[in-house]
Design a protein around this ligand. Structure first.
Ligand code: UDP
Ligand code: MN
Length: 326
């Protein structure tokens, strides 16, 4: 009897072992792929460029767990809200306007949590810009304010009224609620912006600064940084400016904009090229500035200017059989 039992046991033993091994292998299957995230999803590269750990979906290789059994999944910690980037863009009607706005929208569309405040220098919102924004696929606000005729002269600062209109909208929108995390940036319609720039500015605590390419008669201008602090400016033009920086070279947190409700761009007393300094003086100090772009050693935005188009052969009266928006 004993020997029969023994022989049965030894016949069954390999089978039992096979079943155990198969169960083990099954639960050790490679874990499902990491949560797919697009390259410029909000959290890839995270704040300050640190890559946050990616979360695995589905059960990882835990052993001896019956499939279909419902187990409490570890709850991913909710991510803090991503600060909204508010880009204020003054724009005016000209032959290249739609081309400029198209390039800008193509850039902005790749930036998470961006709100575009487009301010037309016009007495009313134009059909061209309204239609364009409606199809741009971006959260946006469409404002307009005309520049008074007396200020439309060469040598005078441009887009003062439009930037102020953007600021006023931002303050009004946030007047009743506690400030959501946000960052404001002045994005002229003709500059060139790398996507990395938006990652850099997103972590602005008060006012952040970085180099700007192709500006001030030089290949670039930049804040000079020592021990993580701005100590001066590399510039070829009016180095005596308190903040020798282009409009494209800084960002301001929404909190700072709201806690300095009177800070605006001024017409009166403002000399050409001093707009940035006049504005920044009202909200910060040089010591307080946060250098971005690897201590201001990387150019991530270029002050490009679009060549005036040659329309020498444009007919005086409309000749084509169709009317086309350009
Ligand atoms: N702009 C405007 N009205 C004007 C001239 C310019 O709204 O009469 C806008 C323009 O579209 C751009 C910004 O103001 O977004 C700065 O103008 P521009 O690029 O001509 O200045 P610069 O390149 O000399 O800084
Ligand atoms: Mn420009």
């Amino acid at each position: 009897m004993k020997s029969v039992l023994f022989s049965r046991f030894f016949i069954l033993l390999p089978w039992i072992l096979i079943v155990i091994i198969m169960l083990d292998v099954d639960t050790r299957r490679p874990a499902p792929p990491l949560t797919p995230r697009p390259y410029f999803s909000p959290y890839v590269m995270g704040r300050g460029g640190a890559r946050l750990p990616l979360r695995r979906v589905g059960p990882a290789g835990r052993r001896w767990v019956k499939r279909n059994e419902s187990r409490p999944q570890p709850q991913p910690r909710p991510e803090p809200p991503l600060p909204t980037i508010y880009a204020i863009t003054p724009t005016y009607s000209r032959p290249v306007q739609k081309a400029e706005l198209t390039r800008l929208a193509n850039t902005f569309r790749q930036v998470a949590q961006l709100h575009w405040i487009l301010v037309e220098d016009a007495v009313a919102r134009s059909e061209l810009v309204s239609r364009f924004l409606a199809r741009a696929g971006l959260p946006s606000t469409h404002l307009h304010v005309p520049t008074p005729r007396r200020y439309k002269r060469p040598g005078l600062p441009r887009a003062t009224e439009q930037r102020n209109a953007g600021l006023a909208w931002l303050r009004q929108r946030h007047q009743h609620q506690r400030a959501q995390p946000g960052v404001l940036f002045f994005a002229d319609d003709d500059n060139t912006y790398s996507l990395e720039l938006f990652q850099e500015m997103r972590t602005t605590r008060k006012v952040s600064v970085w180099p700007v390419g192709l500006v001030g008669g030089r290949r670039y201008e930049r804040p000079l940084v020592e021990n993580g602090k701005v100590v001066g400016w590399y510039t070829g033009w009016r180095a005596d400016r308190p903040f020798a920086i282009d409009m494209a070279g800084f960002a301001v947190s929404l909190q700072v904009i709201l806690s300095n409700p009177k800070a605006v761009f001024k017409r009166r007393g403002s000399q050409p090229g001093m707009q940035e300094s006049d504005f920044l003086k009202q909200i910060t100090t040089v010591e307080e500035l946060e250098p971005k772009a690897n201590n201001c050693t990387k150019v991530l935005v270029w002050h490009t200017r679009t060549e005036k188009v040659n329309l020498a052969n444009e007919p005086k009266y409309h000749l084509d059989t169709v009317k086309i928006e350009v």
